[in-house]
Ligand binder design. Structure first.
Ligand code: AVJ
Length: 318
């Protein structure tokens, strides 16, 4: 068995959850590995690069929407709330929201303590008077919030259409868990990507410069690095397909030839043309997004969209 390499000062012992998801995902049919494993250091850098691509409209559309909607969001949300962000925050979106809401406290929740501490420290320097109270937790389950915000009404913030990574079934569960975490009188500001022409959607996930391909293939490199695997990465190609029945973009890694390799000493075989499913990015229509929120226990109260109707920002109340 190959010895995993030590990377970025991390312990050489592989994350048991990563190991389990990879070994289980490669053994199952269809093969599938959860999208959350894209985001090691290299994957996070590649995702940042994706958000700047000409084909990848979601980030710039949502940032512009946040700017234009924010005065009205601030009016509807009122004074003195604590903003609870699900995810460790983005340098482009979070400061924009905080500057216009002027909340009483900011609580980012993320499962990755490293990203969370780094982004919280960076944010705190830009907002010296704002209490920043990071919580390291899995927000798929109800999360106890810091005592400092116990008496404050909450505004949940879940941008980026991250909800689209989940099936509608899991997304409704997550929305309910958020409602439990945020408590009585809470509101939620959520970004949801809309259904649109496949001619726009597919290039957004299969760009001309090949950055999304590198992002997808980095998952195999990560498996080689962290699990001592022997996957010949050049035997795979990136595929992005629109699944109209499920209303989602799917990303796959397709074997271009017959491949054999080992992961932690276990042998695997993939035939030419077979794929590993690595991501779902669900897209919702105007009504579908509202129905999803209601299924998760939230009542939409306002909605903003760009002139092309490509992305929506929805404010809901518990
Ligand atoms: C971060 C999950 C919202 O689905 O658009 C971008 C991830 N994957 N390009 C998305 C992603 C490929 C992104 N989310």
């Amino acid at each position: 068995m190959l010895k995993p390499e030590i990377e970025d000062g991390q312990a050489s012992l592989a994350d048991p959850a990563f190991r389990g998801d990879v070994l289980g995902g490669l053994a199952r049919r269809p093969r599938a590995i959860p999208a959350r494993w894209f985001y090691d250091r290299r994957g996070s850098e590649l995702f940042e690069a994706i958000t700047d691509l000409p084909e990848y409209y979601p980030t710039r559309t949502e940032v512009a929407l946040l700017d234009s909607a924010c005065p009205e969001v601030a009016k509807r949300v009122g004074q003195g709330r604590a903003v609870i962000e699900f995810g460790s925050g983005s340098s482009a979106k979070t400061p924009r929201l905080l500057r216009c809401i002027e909340p009483a406290a900011y609580v980012p929740i993320d499962i990755s303590g490293d990203f969370l501490r780094a982004s919280s420290a960076e944010l705190a320097t830009g907002f010296p008077d704002l209490p920043v109270l990071p919580v390291e937790a899995n927000f798929m389950h109800p999360v106890p919030l810091p005592a400092e915000v116990a008496g404050l009404p909450k505004l949940g913030f879940f941008p980026g259409s991250t909800i689209g990574n989940m099936t509608p079934f899991a997304a409704a569960d997550l929305l309910r868990a958020m409602r439990t975490s945020l408590g009585e009188g809470a509101m939620l500001l959520i970004g949801i990507d809309r259904v649109k022409d496949a001619g726009v959607l597919v290039p957004a996930y299969d760009d001309a410069a090949g950055v999304t391909a590198a992002f997808n293939l980095n998952l195999l490199e990560r498996i080689n690095r962290e699990l001592g695997a022997t996957i010949p990465v050049d035997a795979f190609r990136h595929r992005a397909v629109w699944n109209d029945d499920a209303s989602r973009i799917e990303m796959h890694l397709e074997a271009v030839r017959h491949v054999t390799f080992t992961v932690e000493g276990r042998p695997f075989e993939i035939k030419a043309g077979e794929t590993i499913h690595t991501e779902n990015s669900h897209k919702y229509g105007e009504r579908g997004a509202r129905v999803l929120l209601r299924a998760g226990g939230w009542t939409p109260v306002a909605e903003w969209t760009d002139p092309k109707g490509w992305f929506s920002l929805i404010l809901a109340e518990a």
